[in-house]
Design a protein around this ligand. Sequence first.
Ligand code: ADP
Ligand code: ASP
Ligand code: MG
Length: 416
Amino acid sequence: MALIVQKFGGTSVADPEKIKNVAKRVLQKQKKGNQMVVVLSAMSGETNRLTDFALQMQDFPDTREMDVLLSSGEQVTISLFAMAVKAMGDDCISFLGDQVKINTDNSHTKARIQSIDSEKIVAELNSGKIVVVAGFQGVDENGNVTTLGRGGSDTTAVALAAALKADACEIFTDVEGVYTTDPNICNTARKIDRISYDEMLELASLGAKVLDIRSVTFAKKYNVPIHVRSTFTETEGTWVVEEDKEMEGRIVSGVTYNRNEARITISGVPDQPGIAAKIFTPISDADIIVDMIIQNQDTGNGLTDMTFTVIRSDYQRTVQLLKAVIEKTGANGGIHGSDAITKISIVGVGMRNHSGIASTMFNVLSKEGINISMISTSEIKVSCIIEEKYTELAIRALHDAFELDKDNVPEEESLT
Ligand code: ADP
Ligand code: ASP
Ligand code: MG
């Protein structure tokens, strides 16, 4: 008998009819002799709807209360799912994060799972029930409800699969797997059959929201193979697994975008030791995550510019904080920025051994008349910040230029 964890995202449980269909699918799998643990998201749009309500109450909603609010979305879907299963004549029990003890730290709205007490789940499975667990939520050491950050239900599923030593972890969504780019933007995007944890980590961290990055971190750490697939078809999806030889052959395997960032420049900063610490310490103290950072060369007047990106929802708060920093540092060029930007990235483990990939990317963007305002690179990725209005154009042009629609794996040089 296999133990299978299945996670269904928001579009898969968007209304009562869809929840019934998910229940049918889970029951079919159980009838084949498997023990089933199901993780559900809130109905699609629900977490956004609740967030809008919160913003009508406070400009920067209290994060503890935000978690109490946001966790309600998943409570609705798991209870309805359990009822649907019972109506089909089988037995099912729903659990909230604090009932199965998904223990997290107390970092409200972006909590990290620390441990899972899976005893209750195992007991219910052994009594023949389907167990359905609320995604995206946990409980801190003081009993406060916490949430894991947007997209966090994937992480709940993989963490449960690891804790339960499940035989499989299936992530059901509204596309048929992980593609070379977002198939909803580029119709020549190609489904990837197998992708390494490392490459998936890069894709997820650079915006491919098909899997939450922390779910891939857990999967890699505990060696949980993930099967990403569609709720609405039976087609085989994408396996996220350890790297193998065939994967190494690819130079660029995907194009991603992230519209969730904002760019801020603080100009005329005295170019002295300690200046970066003065700027970034208050920002990190406020729990704001900084992504790309560029410091320009001092042009001879002892002053420099510092440009960086933050999560878009932290834009206004960061600008507020920087106003105080300006006085302390004596920066005299003001603060300017934009929240209408996109980070476009190309990713591929094969980039480690190939040169010229970044320059191809820059040429493609330049040919389309797209200006690059920031660049960052790592061993297996190149990212550029561009104006948001060019997102689709840039994705399609890059996907085309790197021939990602083609299934051919470039030949590696060989000594034989
Ligand atoms: P769920 O609600 O099931 O968790 P998400 O909306 O979080 O689903 O993730 C699925 C979406 O991710 C797809 O509808 C697609 O638009 C988007 N996406 C972005 N990049 C990719 C990619 N490389 N491959 C597949 N989907 C992608
Ligand atoms: N409901 C949460 C969100 O919309 C968590 C998830 O769906 O994974 O982000
Ligand atoms: Mg998701």
